[in-house]
Design a protein around this ligand. Sequence first.
Ligand code: ATP
Ligand code: MG
Length: 123
Amino acid sequence: MTAIAPESLKVGSESTPLVEIDHLEVVFETRQGFFRRGAVHAINDVSLSIATGETVAVVGESGSGKTTLGRASLRLAEPTGGAIRFAGHDITHLPDRSLGWFRKQAQIVPGPLFEPEPLHAGL
Ligand SMILES: Nc1ncnc2c1ncn2[C@@H]1O[C@H](COP(=O)(O)OP(=O)(O)OP(=O)(O)O)[C@@H](O)[C@H]1O
Ligand SMILES: [Mg+2]
C-alpha cells in the first residue's frame, strides 16, 4: 500500500498544475444503419496545463472540438487516448463511482457555450 501525504492531496498546490491534459484524444464511433460505421476524431493530440487561479480560453472554428475538450476534461465524454490529471491525480479512466471527489471540485457553469449536453449529463 502506498501512503499519500496530505500535502499531495491539497488541491492547487503550487508545484502541481491543477489540470493537466496530455495528448488527449476523443474519437466518437458513428453508425448510420447496420453496416455503415465510421469514426469522428473530435479531438486529436491536445495538451495543455492549467495552474491554480489561471484562466485558459479555447478558441477554434465550429466543429474543431472545443466542447468535446471541455466535456472530456470533466469526464463527460470518454477519452480514447491520452491522459487527464486533476491536482496530480490521473482521472483518465477512473470509473464513475470513483469520481465523486473530483466532481465536487470540477464544475461547469451552465451557459450558451456548454448547453445543453452537461445539463443532460446530470451535473
Ligand atoms: N456525441 C458525438 N457523436 C459523434 N460526433 C460528435 C459528438 N459530439 C461531437 N461530435 C463531433 O466532434 C467534432 C467536434 O465537435 P465539438 O462540438 O466539440 O466542436 P466545437 O468546437 O465545440 O464546435 P462549435 O464551435 O460549433 O460549438 C464535430 O465534428 C462534431 O460533429
Ligand atoms: Mg461547442
